[in-house]
Design a protein. Structure first.
Length: 443
């Protein structure tokens, strides 16, 4: 076992982690199920399941009522906002809930678009999920010009010089992903936010894919908006938007007339998915408990308080510790996976593979079988692996501009392997062995 993995294992108790997730005990065709499909949605700990079912059993009511279960729902929503505020390091009144990141981004693009027209520009990137592209492309109907930041094709990283050259006095918003959901590249978001602000533009960050892998600190990033999806970091199917309170108050959402003008509620339309929001608090508390478990004593956790520009809550400090442990552990798994794939000559990896640059990516690997027969398409590979209990994904994952740019869209896109912290070295080794057998030509 590599030294990095040994150190990570001492911080992250993988046995404790896996015991939290009941779905990990499944088998397929006699094989243990290995959930290597985290980018499409992670598994959830038992406490999330319990929180959702307990809400439905005990407190299922609409908000604002003059009775107990309605008041309980109001309190639950406040608790969930506080939990996500700790997760993102912002104020609870800067947290907006919605059905998913895509819906929230379309809502925000329409509101921002009210003030835009011919001569205004928005910058998007070739690396992004389409949910942070199409909502801005829709503003072309108003005469807004959409400009594209290009990528370095060999490493699937943003061309920062090209990006910077396309920000100017007409730029009104820069939309960028924190990490690529297709090839795992982690973008220098803080630097990109600075470039946007220097030109007087807003910065809109899609952190959906980064959420399970790294600590998010919107205060440090200074971004204007950041969106994420809790089902990508061990919670229910919900979207969450952070917006600086000045923007949430200044912009005008399209909404029904009776809805309050107070923030953040003016951005939440109709009755929310209360049961899933109850699960959000449980999911954040799971991550915090992981951090406490990794640190193994309360005094060490308390030592994190007071770091940075603002004093951290105890839960935020535990979340910081959790992502320290998660990053170390996942980095060890990623090294193991990439080095193993490099030994299979029939496999081509897309994205960063240089061991000296692995800090610039998260453990999401896109690959294709090369020089192989037609049956070795990404779909065929995913199907064969799935029959062995190895759950991966194929296609474009809505990163359509990237798969078109790399000329793989017409032939099935990529096979994607997405590791998270509940995966194990044994699962990585099983996957490598299975891929080797599937793609090696028969003699």
């Amino acid at each position: 076992m590599p030294a990095t993995e040994t150190a990570a294992s001492s911080a992250l108790d993988i046995s404790w982690v896996r015991a939290q997730f009941p779905s990990l005990a499944q088998t397929v065709n006699g094989h243990p199920a290995a959930f290597l499909d985290g980018p499409g949605g992670t598994q959830v700990p038992q406490r999330v399941i319990d929180a959702i079912s307990n809400y439905l059993r005990r407190d299922n009511a609409n908000t604002g009522g003059a009775y107990a279960t309605s008041r309980n729902t109001d309190a639950m929503l406040a608790e969930a906002r506080a939990a996500m505020a700790d997760f993102l390091h912002c104020g609870p009144d800067e947290i907006v809930f919605g059905p998913n990141m895509t819906t929230l981004t379309y809502a925000m693009s329409r509101a921002i678009g009210r003030d835009l027209g011919p001569g205004d520009e928005i910058l998007v990137t070739r690396l992004d999920h389409d949910a942070n592209v199409s909502p801005w492309l829709a503003l072309e109907e108003k005469g807004v010009t959409i400009r594209w930041a290009e990528i370095h094709q060999e490493s699937c990283t943003l061309d920062l010089a090209d990006l910077a050259s396309k920000i100017n006095e007409r730029t009104r918003l820069v939309a960028v992903g924190y990490a690529s959901n297709a090839v795992g590249t982690v973008n220098p978001v803080k630097a990109i936010v600075r470039l946007a602000h220097a030109a007087g533009a807003l910065a809109y960050v899609d952190a959906v894919h980064y959420g399970p892998h790294g600590l998010i600190d919107v205060a440090a990033l200074d971004c204007d908006f950041l969106v994420c999806s809790t089902y990508k970091f061990f919670g229910p199917h919900m979207g969450v938007l952070f917006g600086k309170r000045e923007h949430l108050a200044r912009l005008h959402p399209y909404k029904v007339r009776p809805l309050t003008d107070a923030i953040p509620n003016r951005w939440e339309w109709g009755t929310l998915n209360h049961e899933c929001i109850a699960g959000i608090t449980a999911c954040v508390d799971y991550i915090a408990d992981l951090g406490r478990h990794a640190l193994a004593n309360v005094e060490t956790t308390a030592a994190h308080e007071g770091t940075g520009e603002a004093r951290l809550s105890a839960r935020r400090a535990a979340i910081v510790a959790a992502f320290d442990a998660i990053h170390q552990y996942e980095h060890g798994l990623m090294q193991r996976l990439i080095s193993g794939l490099a030994k299979i000559p029939q496999i081509k990896i897309y994205g960063i593979t240089d061991p000296a640059r692995l800090a610039e990516r998260c453990p999401t690997i896109a690959l294709r079988a090369i020089n192989q027969a037609k049956e070795q398409t990404p779909l065929a590979l995913a199907t064969k692996l799935g029959d062995l209990g190895l759950f991966t994904w194929d296609g474009n994952y809505y990163a359509l501009n990237l798969t078109e740019h790399l000329d793989v869209e017409k032939s099935g896109g990529f096979l994607r392997i997405g590791l998270v912290h509940y995966n194990t070295a044994d699962e990585v080794d099983r996957l490598l062995s299975a891929l080797q057998e599937i793609v090696t030509p028969q003699t």
